[in-house]
Design a protein around this ligand. Structure first.
Ligand code: DGL
Length: 270
């Protein structure tokens, strides 16, 4: 019947580039049977230093494209896009839309003991106040300190996951949050889970690090279950699109995630 057809449709996941593959991997791990389509907007990367208007324009085109591809659910894997475009996408698209901010904020709201939550992300994500807004909508009293960490993305993409330079930059960025004695820290950017070890060592023991990607994968599985849209059998199949530089996409996918992407189809909208 109709529900079965719906269940077999792919989940669409998009990001400004390869970073969202952390979310892709989390969804794949949680729901190995689901078909996934991934779109990386490598032509417009990075989103984190762009205006909300620009990010909205790119995201809307990608969302519409993925809907035409027949997806049953859209996951905005990019924190920057999630922080500015979710209401617009929900108004415009017929499929349900899930961003990474709400799931991450929810997990943090449950994890915090003293209600002191630190948030790190791109400049655009922090400027949007999206995590703040999401946290305020959940039960509990929270104090929130947000800090942008713009150098983390290029560090991760260049393979600096450890070592002196990265530790020193992390120390500088995280000092105010540490001094403020946050008990929970939201890793509010696709790339930050790669720096988990350095961030965790810098913050010290007892600080809970929240990976928005993992929280989102959990939410995806809940939504599919609630709607009866979980794919029943078989292994998932994957399709990858990018707006530019497919070789770099493949190389980074392999280096960052050990994901071998055989084919990346270039798809542009302008
Ligand atoms: N994907 C972006 C995010 O999660 C980071 C990379 C970018 O700035 O485009 O905010």
């Amino acid at each position: 019947g109709w529900t079965m057809q719906r269940a077999d449709r792919p989940i669409g996941i998009f990001d400004s580039g390869v970073g969202g593959l952390t979310v892709f991997r989390a969804v794949q791990k949680k729901l190995p049977g689901e078909n996934l389509i991934y779109y990386g907007d490598t032509a417009h990367l990075p989103y984190g230093s762009k205006s909300a208007e620009a990010v909205k324009k790119f995201s809307l085109k990608i969302g519409k494209f993925l809907e035409r591809e027949g997806i049953k659910l859209l996951v905005v894997a990019c924190n920057t896009a999630s922080s500015v475009v979710i209401p617009l996408l929900r108004r415009t698209l017929a499929v349900p839309v899930l961003g990474v901010i709400e799931p991450g904020a929810w997990v943090a709201s449950r994890a915090t003991r003293a209600g002191r939550i630190g948030v790190i992300g791109t400049e655009a994500t922090i400027a949007s106040g999206a995590y703040l807004k999401a946290l305020r909508s959940y039960p509990g009293r929270f104090r929130i300190l947000s800090v942008p960490c713009p150098l983390f993305v290029p560090l991760v993409e260049e393979g600096f996951w450890n070592g002196n330079v990265t530790r020193e930059i992390a120390r500088k960025y995280l000092a105010p949050i540490k001094k403020w004695r946050a008990d929970t820290l939201i890793l509010g950017c696709t790339h930050y889970p790669f720096l988990r070890e350095v961030i965790s060592k810098t913050m010290g023991p007892g600080v809970v690090l929240v990976d928005s990607g993992e929280a989102t994968a959990l939410r995806v599985s809940q939504i599919l279950t609630q709607r009866g849209w979980t794919k029943r059998d078989g292994r998932g199949r994957y399709r990858f699109y990018a707006s530019d530089a497919s070789e770099r996409f493949k190389r980074l996918a392999r280096r960052l995630l050990g994901v071998t992407v055989d084919r990346v189809v270039i798809k542009r909208f302008d």
